[in-house]
Design a protein around this ligand. Structure first.
Ligand code: MG
Ligand code: MG
Length: 248
């Protein structure tokens, strides 16, 4: 079942989302060559706690860190480690925060130092694909219209669409119904209603969209080792459109 949130629940989700957005803002200046992903995880963890929330992903299904940090060919669920970021890398930080039982979830891919133009284009286009999808969101539309807008934009820009990983409903659980795929047909799937809250999160690749899991049982990487980008916002569906709950 896809839940419609009450005014009260929406207020809590706004606060959770605000903390997620603020955590991204806080981390951004630290994303420089030489910092380890573990150090970024610690900064994020402490900031979320200081904001009066808890990190949603810590121990979620057994995940061993507070945020997911995925570098270059890593698509999602990278485990923070002693790996140092290098000039020219890209790094995805996926942050979830839980405030009084309600969650916000937002991933963003950042350049580290100076990245190659085609990699910057991957970042720009993946971010744009998120907003192409969001532009379709309003009460009464099929979810497939959102998915199709993301996929069409990706194809037009020669990027791979990861199919095995999808966005999701969100509320007092991080992952709720419905699945929000980044591919699909217009006029298909569940109908969005005002008061639904969903995380829309295209994951696009520079090469093949095929992925596999590393032996750590968490990190998902591209099969061809080419970079992947991931942009995600938690949004509230409204009568005429949407409100971003995780904005900066
Ligand atoms: Mg996320
Ligand atoms: Mg998510």
């Amino acid at each position: 079942m896809i839940t419609i949130k009450s005014e009260y629940e929406i207020e809590l989700m706004k606060k959770a989302g605000e903390i997620v957005g603020n955590t991204h803002n806080y981390l951004k200046p630290f994303i420089e060559p030489g910092i380890t992903t573990k150090e970024l995880n610690k900064l994020a963890h402490d900031f979320i706690i200081k904001s009066g929330a808890t990190p949603s992903f810590l121990n979620l299904y057994g995940f061993p860190a507070s945020v997911c940090i995925s570098v270059n060919e890593e698509v999602v669920h990278g485990i923070p480690s002693n790996r140092k970021l290098k000039d020219g890398d890209i790094v995805t930080i996926d942050i979830g925060a839980c405030y009084k039982g309600y969650h916000g979830d937002s991933a963003w891919t950042y350049p580290v130092g100076k990245v190659k133009p085609r990699i910057q284009k991957l970042l720009d286009d993946t971010e744009k694909s998120l907003f192409e999808g969001l532009s379709k969101v309003k009460d009464g539309v099929h979810l497939g219209d959102v998915s199709n807008a993301i996929e069409s934009y990706a194809i037009k820009n020669n990027l791979g669409v990861v199919k095995e990983l999808v966005g999701h409903g969100i509320g007092n659980q991080v992952h709720e119904k419905p699945d929000v795929p980044n591919y699909g047909l217009n006029g298909t799937g569940p109908i969005l209603k005002a008061g639904m809250t969903i995380a829309v999160e295209p994951m696009l690749t520079l090469g093949s969209p095929d992925i596999y899991m590393l032996e750590d049982d968490w990190t998902i990487v591209t099969e061809d080792n080419l970079p992947s980008a991931h942009f995600e916002h938690t949004i509230l569906v409204t009568k005429d459109g949407y409100t971003i709950l995780t904005k900066r």
